[in-house]
Design a protein around this ligand. Structure first.
Ligand SMILES: Nc1nc2c(c(=O)[nH]1)N[C@H]1C(S)=C(S)[C@@H](COP(=O)(O)O)O[C@H]1N2
Ligand SMILES: [Mo]
Length: 203
């Protein structure tokens, strides 16, 4: 069992434990560096590239994405600024489905997920392969609002929120970890909330 074994509380009733150092907020507050991008679905795609198994990038259009099996994940959201919002329902395409469709080459254990307007985050393939990792198109049954990442955001419930780019446009596999936006600015490469991996000096 990986360090993320505590993330599966969906389905249990009663109060759930908070990760260390977190406090509850009722509503999911939009948090982002920079402005909300305007995106045209007709030209939008999710590009899966870098060290792919067949050495070719794959671009998924919105229609491609919609034709993949859809999944629902109930999860708590933990921002590294210490706010936790419990019991959100994300739906979209499991990250595992994307990994199966365009797998990384053997030996590529890392990825960089990039967003429109320059944001990116480092994630481990192992974390993307969590059954609860989802490229979400909907929050609580509604299409994502623009400020929450429409049309697509990555959700990794066992990692801090910064690991999930909103307005995701690319997933690049890499053999060596590449640091994304916050990882270059002092935040942790892995970012497991239950291990309280907040800062790079803990690595
Ligand atoms: N593109 C982009 N994605 C992002 C961010 C950002 O600044 N830009 N902020 C991250 C952080 S720090 C958190 S906590 C969550 C916040 O999600 P929310 O705005 O839906 O609450 O988005 C993450 N994804
Ligand atoms: Mo955050």
């Amino acid at each position: 069992m990986s360090s993320s074994g505590f993330s599966g509380f969906s389905g249990l009733s009663g109060p759930r434990p908070l990760p260390p150092g977190q406090r509850l907020t009722a509503e999911l507050q939009p948090v982002s560096y920079g402005r909300v991008p305007s995106i045209d679905l007709a030209t939008w795609s999710l590009r899966i590239g870098g060290d792919t198994l067949d050495a070719e990038p794959l671009s998924l259009t919105w229609a491609d994405l919609m034709s993949l099996p859809q999944t629902v994940v109930r999860a708590d959201h933990h921002c590294v600024s210490r706010r936790t919002t419990q019991d959100l329902q994300w739906s979209g395409v499991a990250a595992l489905t994307i990994l199966d469709l365009a797998p990384p080459v053997d030996g590529a254990e890392h990825a960089l997920v990039s967003a429109a307007r320059g944001y990116s985050s480092s994630v481990r393939i192992e974390d993307l392969a969590s059954p609860r990792a989802v490229f979400a198109t909907h929050l609580n049954g509604e299409p994502l609002r623009p400020e929450h990442g429409w049309p697509l955001r990555l959700v990794l419930p066992h990692l801090y929120g910064w690991k999930g780019p909103k307005w995701a446009v690319a997933l690049d596999y890499c053999r060596y970890a590449e640091r994304g936006f916050w990882e270059q600015r002092g935040y942790h490469l892995t970012g497991d909330v239950w291990r309280e991996e907040r800062y790079s000096y803990q690595e």
